[in-house]
Design a protein. Structure first.
Length: 361
């Protein structure tokens, strides 16, 4: 039965080093949540605390209202899928999948039946008698997934499960993991409550109901992938999800919904109907395709001089020098421009967002 997971004000120290700082996070029953961030951000430590491999310095961890904080790992009833598969080489595929059922005292005939049924679901029933050493990486990961799912855990956790696979197989496996996670919920319409640890943004966004972006042991933003991608909460998250241009601006005039903002003597007019509410000082964050390179003299944009041009397939990308510093913009494929050309960089609302200025964050 799917159960909610609550992490309440958890901190963790290695000696005098803070690894997690006052982390609070709630995962709804049946939800798949990814912990996303660079190496050292605290995501793997969080997983280890939930699993019971580490103990927090302070705070509590609850699963379905049951306090796991000081319980040993084997009493937490959690399904784990590891990066390195962690299969038993001396056991057959079938016996690997049935291992957790055996530990729970399930009778031999019943555990064989359930293990075979789970292998059928992951497409490996014909390989039940093989040794793990005779399997491909993708097949090993399916066995590891089947072993975790067959015990019908209230919580399923993934530790970088696809990092050892090639790019094409990673895409296939993340779809399969999502389908199996949803289908394995015995009483929840969503599936098995799951925590997924990864450093891969595309993987996290494609597989998750919500994503927790972490940095230096702190939660920077926790929301649906669509919100994170379009409306990051701060400059760290904005840069993390691809907003390469962060432009500090100050409003110098307001005319209805249109504001005129200034930086380094350059002025830019922005519509609040398109960009949302704009405070007196703010950051305009854009992706490269959120600054359109235009040669039209009447264009409403920041004056720039083009530098390096690269071909992306969907557009030409230009490194540009402006009075505000180095910016990156995209231009049309139909008319490539030469280095040194004077242009305007026009913000595109769909690929831009307004952030609080850093002194206000």
């Amino acid at each position: 039965m799917a159960q909610p997971l609550d992490i309440n004000a958890v901190s963790a120290h290695y000696g005098t080093t803070k690894v997690l700082e006052d982390l609070s996070l709630s995962v709804q029953a049946g939800e798949l949540v990814s912990l996303l961030g660079a190496s050292g951000c605290g995501k793997t430590t969080t997983l280890r605390l939930i699993a019971g491999f580490l103990s927090p310095t302070s705070g509590s961890i609850l699963l379905g209202g049951r306090d796991l904080t000081r319980l040993p790992t084997h009493k937490r009833d959690i399904g784990l899928v590891f990066q390195n598969y962690a299969l038993f080489p001396h056991l057959s595929v079938l016996d690997n999948v049935a291992f957790g059922l055996k530990q729970r005292g399930i009778a031999p005939a019943e555990r064989r039946k359930r293990a075979l049924a789970m292998l059928e679901r992951v497409g490996l029933a014909t390989l039940a008698d093989r040794a793990p050493g005779a399997l491909s990486g993708g097949q090993k990961q399916r066995v590891a997934l089947a072993r975790a799912l067959v015990i019908e855990p209230p919580l399923l956790m993934f530790d970088e499960p696809l990092s050892n696979l090639d790019a094409k197989l990673r895409v296939e496996m993340r779809v399969e993991i999502r389908q199996l996670q949803r289908a394995n919920g015995t009483t929840s319409v969503n599936g098995t409550t799951s925590v997924y640890v990864t450093h891969d943004q595309e993987e996290a966004f494609s597989i998750s109901d919500r994503v927790a972006i972490m940095d230096a042991g702190r939660l920077m933003q926790f929301d649906r992938p669509e919100v994170l991608y379009r409306r990051p909460a701060n400059t760290f998250v904005a840069r993390f999800v691809g907003f390469e241009n962060i432009i500090p601006l100050k409003v110098v005039a307001r005319d209805g919904d249109v504001v005129t903002a200034e930086i380094a003597g350059m002025r830019l007019r922005l519509s609040q109907n398109l960009f949302g509410a704009i405070p007196d000082t703010f950051l305009l964050a854009t992706r490269p395709d959120g600054l359109m390179v235009s040669t039209a003299s009447a264009a409403e944009g920041l004056p720039a001089r083009l530098g390096l041009r690269t071909y992306l397939g969907r557009a030409y990308q230009y490194h540009c020098e402006t009075a505000a510093g180095h910016l990156i913009g995209n231009g049309s494929l139909t008319a490539p421009l030469e280095a040194g050309t004077s242009v305007k960089l026009v913000p595109v609302p769909e690929q831009s967002t307004i952030l609080a200025s850093e002194e206000d964050e």
